[in-house]
Design a protein around this ligand. Structure first.
Ligand code: ZN
Length: 97
């Protein structure tokens, strides 16, 4: 069974779980979790800036799925910082399903 990272932004934790239609709740705080692409790797719990960046990306529809440069098809790297994430969202919104 394929497992996907499910993240809780309140706890800043990622849990690997099978996909399911109904939203999963965080085993720690009971809050909602968001399922991300398997390419996502979670920052350390203490790395608040990185978690803010992830939350920003997810709130704009970027769940670490592959993004390709148009029209070249080159795979786009996800941004390393929140500042870079803002530019990334501006540039690639409309290219995610
Ligand atoms: Zn939680």
């Amino acid at each position: 069974m394929r497992l996907f990272p499910h993240v809780c932004f309140s706890c800043r934790k990622s849990f690997k779980k099978p996909m399911r239609a109904l939203a999963r709740l965080c085993p720690q705080c009971g809050g909602p979790m968001v399922m991300l692409s398997r390419k996502f790797s979670a920052p350390k719990m203490t790395d608040v800036d990185q978690w803010r960046k992830v939350e920003y990306l997810v709130s704009h529809g970027f769940r670490f799925q592959s993004i390709h440069e148009q029209p070249s098809g080159t795979l786009v790297q996800y941004p390393a910082t929140l500042a870079a994430a803002k530019l990334f969202v501006e540039r690639y919104t409309g290219q995610v399903g």
